[in-house]
Design a protein around this ligand. Sequence first.
Ligand SMILES: C[S@@+](CC[C@H](N)C(=O)[O-])C[C@H]1O[C@@H](n2cnc3c(N)ncnc32)[C@H](O)[C@@H]1O
Length: 325
Amino acid sequence: MSAPAVLPDPARIEQRKAEVIRLWGDWTAHNIHLKDGIYTIGPDREADKLRRIVQIVSDLSSKPIERLRVLDLGALEGGYAVELARRGAQVVAIEGRRANLEKILFVKDVLGLQNLQAVQDDVRNLQKLNLGSFDVILCLGLLYHLDFDGVISLCRQIFDSCDRMALFDTYVGIGNLQRFEANGKEYWGRVVREHLPQSSMEERLADKWASLDNTESLWITRNSLYNLLGDLGFTSAYECHLPTEVDKLADRLTFVAIKGTPQKLLAMPRTNEDPMGRLPKYSTTRISHKQRLLPIMQERATNLVPISWRRSLKGLMRRKDTKPR
Ligand SMILES: C[S@@+](CC[C@H](N)C(=O)[O-])C[C@H]1O[C@@H](n2cnc3c(N)ncnc32)[C@H](O)[C@@H]1O
């Protein structure tokens, strides 16, 4: 754990917060308790996604939080980075917009978080930044702000920089899908507008949650994201539903990808030579026959026939079957 900071007095925090807001605008999303009744936004905000992310990190990482090195990509106002740094992790937060970064720096300073490093840069430069490797990489609310090349290249850089686990919280494409190819592999996704093509860089940066420059983004499909994670070398990947996020939209999912050791099967060694199957463009909609309409109707119809009739009918059928021909 980092040494407890001596926090500035509340009046001073309020004064400095007002100054940050005057220069860089209001906090837009990340609510962080600073001291006493002072929050970056206010006391009555929900934090379901933060609860989910922190629980996943605690449950699935190979070390206690205070021994983790964490990278938070597209950190916005630093809510996730600050939470994990407060718990003692060594955290690097990358954020492309100065207006957001200044909010992280303010909170870091108020809370005295020496173990939080906040960098203003484009996440697509991750490799060039030479930040070393991380136990946990957070890619939350970010992937769907990149175009196809950006998605492929960032996921590759995440894999390369990851020692154990990457978390993706992202919209996934549905309907009106387009086909893309990278390294001879097929992926599907939906192209979504980010900024008007004629908008200036200033206008693009003013939209504090959006892509930095690309006017369109690729919302990769759920199946293609799994394929991509597998293609890169992650050994398993999961979706998280608990802790719950009750109001989460159906096309927004939380994925956990683990970089583990590929396992060889002993019972079926031949399988080890086969490449793992790729998920198709659309998932199957086939379901168990027990839940299909026709078998259910057949079962209901059977139940209408009295049991004694059913027995005699069965007896008749059996006799017919065993009769010598
Ligand atoms: C929708 S917000 C999500 C923020 C936060 N990770 C969360 O889950 O709440 C997207 C953030 O990513 C940042 N961002 C978008 N594209 C980026 C890029 N190429 N490089 C760095 N930051 C980027 C935006 O400035 C914004 O802060």
